[in-house]
Design a protein around this ligand. Structure first.
Ligand SMILES: Cc1ncc(COP(=O)(O)O)c(C=O)c1O
Length: 364
């Protein structure tokens, strides 16, 4: 029972997976969950068993690991660039149904040229989805005209097939309140459906209109014309989702970091063996995330995790904790925490299993 370690409550995990799958069925959209949140083939297979049509990844390395573990339909929701990446991409495309994001003509041309340059006698086609910026201001072309322009350019490139369009309303994590969150979620669906309309009006086929962020899917999935959702974090949830009001209570959080009190050097200070290398310093990348401290210590309402150094977590407040006690922490952002551990423990009642985080560290 060594610490710090990640413990996943399997019944809660399964319930979260099933609830999202049920919501997708109700909305009549395909579910293509983003596996960067867990990086675990075991969880990806649970998601597929619950009805997911395939998976989303952020990195080619994640896709390779998932393909090695038998996953056959993968969307890399990211822009790829560079000869090393292209070579790996083409190798992967020979083994799984693959699609990749594009948001520039330069990127699309480089991708198409790399396929052509393979010199294979068989002409090969790679599916692409245009990334649309629905407000995050990260990657993505502006909705409407810019999407149409890029789609027309792509249609002239022989080795690419435009499957559709996608967006990620990650700016929802910075929503100040429920009203703003709902507004972002509705807009996420609306700009995508309108862009798909613009494309079809120009005679361009759009099979997939894909949206997705855990805070927004409950609304954007129901915007008529959206065909696919790509939530990731929902398998675990975390303190950020709780602060945003995405989940009604902490009970929905299936992932916890167990940590031991290693020091109690002052009456109102307890030091845990989980620091930034176990909990991450993530408080949300998009401004206001509503979290206080560096995670929630279960059953310790008067205790706040005020500071993290690499291997120490400093909690201040009031508590009867003693040196040697083990606490459970719901992290601020579960996705960044999983990537810090080699393995997770999965608890199902009295049964315990250890799963290697197979796609951990796959940053390329
Ligand atoms: C492109 C893309 N799609 C989907 C997701 C899933 O979002 P969430 O983890 O909020 O569910 C992300 C998350 O970063 C993303 O970047």
């Amino acid at each position: 029972m060594d610490t710090p370690r990640i413990v996943i409550e399997e019944q809660r995990l399964d319930a979260n997976i099933e609830a999202m799958a049920a919501m997708a069925r109700k909305a009549g959209v395909a579910l293509r969950p983003h596996i960067k949140s867990h990086k675990l083939p075991q969880i990806a297979h649970k998601q597929l068993a619950a009805g997911a049509c395939g998976i989303t990844v952020a990195k080619l390395g994640e896709a390779e690991v998932m393909a090695e573990h038998g996953i056959k339909d993968i969307f890399i929701a990211n822009e790829m660039m560079g000869p090393e990446k292209f070579a790996r991409l083409h190798a992967l495309a020979r083994t799984v149904k693959l699609a990749v994001g594009v948001d520039s003509l330069e990127g699309a041309k480089a991708l198409a040229e790399s396929i052509r340059a393979q010199g294979s006698r068989m002409q090969r086609i790679l599916d692409v989805l245009i990334e649309v910026d629905s407000g995050l201001r990260r990657c993505g072309v502006e909705p409407g005209k810019e999407v149409v322009r890029l789609a027309k350019d792509i249609s002239k490139l022989q080795n690419l097939r435009l499957r559709g369009i996608f967006t990620h309303a990650g700016h929802s994590y910075g929503a100040a309140d429920r009203t703003e969150l709902e507004k972002i979620a509705r807009a996420e669906g609306k700009v995508m459906v309108e862009s798909a309309y613009d494309l079809r009006r120009e005679g361009i086929e759009v099979e997939v209109v894909s949206v997705g962020a855990t805070p927004t899917v409950a609304i954007s999935a129901f915007v008529p014309g959206v065909t696919e959702i790509r939530p990731g974090n929902y398998v675990f949830y975390d303190a950020m989702q709780l602060a945003l009001g995405v989940i009604p209570s902490i009970e929905y959080c299936s992932l916890r970091v167990h940590s031991t009190v290693i020091s109690h050097p002052a009456p109102n200070r307890w030091v845990l063996d989980a620091g930034s290398k176990a909990l991450s310093l993530d408080k949300g990348a998009h401004g206001h995330s509503g979290v206080e401290g560096h995670g929630i210590i279960i059953g310790q309402p008067q205790l706040r995790l005020v500071r993290l150094s690499e291997e120490h977590g400093v909690a201040e407040g009031e508590s009867s904790l003693k040196v040697g006690d083990v606490v459970e922490i719901v992290p601020n952002h579960a996705c960044t925490v999983v990537n810090l551990f080699d393995e997770v423990e999965v608890w199902h009642g009295a049964e315990r299993e250890v799963w290697a985080v197979a796609a951990r560290g796959k940053n390329r």
